[in-house]
Ligand binder design. Sequence first.
Ligand SMILES: Cc1cc2nc3c(=O)[nH]c(=O)nc-3n(C[C@H](O)[C@H](O)[C@H](O)COP(=O)(O)OP(=O)(O)OC[C@H]3O[C@@H](n4cnc5c(N)ncnc54)[C@H](O)[C@@H]3O)c2cc1C
Length: 376
Amino acid sequence: MSRAYDLLVMGGGPGGTSAAITAARSGWRVLLVERGRFPRHKVCGEFVSTESLALLKWLLGESQQDLLQRALTLSESRLFLDGRMVRVPINPSAASIARYDLDLALWNAAENAGVTALQETTVQGIRGEGPFRIATSAGEFRGRAIINASGRWSNLKLAVNNSSGTRWLGLKAHFHGDREPSVDLYFFEGGYCGVQPVRSPDGSILLNACALVGRGVAATLEEVLCRHPLLAARSRSWTAAFAPVTTFPVILRQPVPVSGNVVNAGDAAGFVDPFVGDGIALALRGGNLAARNICTFLGGQSQLKQSLEGYERAYRRSLRPTYRASSLLRRFLGVPRGLRGALLAACESSPRLARYLVEATRSKAGELQQDFYQQS
Ligand SMILES: Cc1cc2nc3c(=O)[nH]c(=O)nc-3n(C[C@H](O)[C@H](O)[C@H](O)COP(=O)(O)OP(=O)(O)OC[C@H]3O[C@@H](n4cnc5c(N)ncnc54)[C@H](O)[C@@H]3O)c2cc1C
């Protein structure tokens, strides 16, 4: 195995695979290093927003298109809050894809694109300002450029001080249960739980229940399901398909796309509130943007510094607005109950108003798609 690459990518989730595939398809030698092993379950609502589906299709390549054919379509969301239910149409539709399948398909697509992909290999440290060296459990590797896509909580604490802010607990499991086709968000004091249908690896339709709760609110998914009366009643007949997976701490964080000469992509750059359902999209798009900017350096059209500045600019323009939108939505949840009730009542009687408000918080799909087509 070669020890020298054009690009080193740390982390094999949606952010890392997106970056690796993009650079490899431009002809560069890419090493992708992942600590874990795919497939595996991951704490995630598994809502893949409309805005990223075209990019996902492109990244998967011919061999992995089956993933999108098997994906379930989500065309309505229901929000259960303060004793009300607000329906929000999702148009164009989003997709429900199990992380068990999504991450494996992207990993396979990276290998098919010619990426050297190492699983069960942990990056222990980085040296240099360009060129770079990484120390891993499989020895040392060299690269002209590097992308950190190691997620929101890794041993490579490059982006920022991760320790401040509210520390949330994330929990998820798949259940055998009812056949409601919508994405349902149940809000309660100190957290929320999302429920949506998802296809299991054997093809059957299950329910994904995924929650984010404050400390002391609930310690198990069983406790979470009892926090909202409608959810408690609905879930009474459910049976878990696998033991719940958990993650702690989850800390919401504004983005830091570059640290020194290292590019951060996906959750390693910033972590957006999961209820906007955009983390996967941000990771796919961030990885793609990062790699495209780095490719200008690899191809000799810019200095490393200039390519990093290009990425920062692109990030600010097309990804950062999502963080602002999620902060706005979170603030809305914190407004006095009476005021919130008035707006909810208006949305309850007018799905068009609800849809308008939700769309105002989202990036423009057309604008997003242009990004990667321009290059390919
Ligand atoms: C409760 C909850 C619900 C969510 N629901 C949704 C949702 O419905 N829709 C949505 O779009 N997003 C959702 N998200 C967010 C989404 O899961 C993330 O935004 C997404 O996984 C980010 O992808 P990534 O590639 O940046 O990071 P990750 O998917 O975390 O991948 C990072 C990878 O890096 C690896 N790694 C870490 N350190 C090292 C190292 N030192 N060496 C090598 N490898 C390393 C890890 O093993 C991991 O596989 C949710 C998150 C939470 C917590």
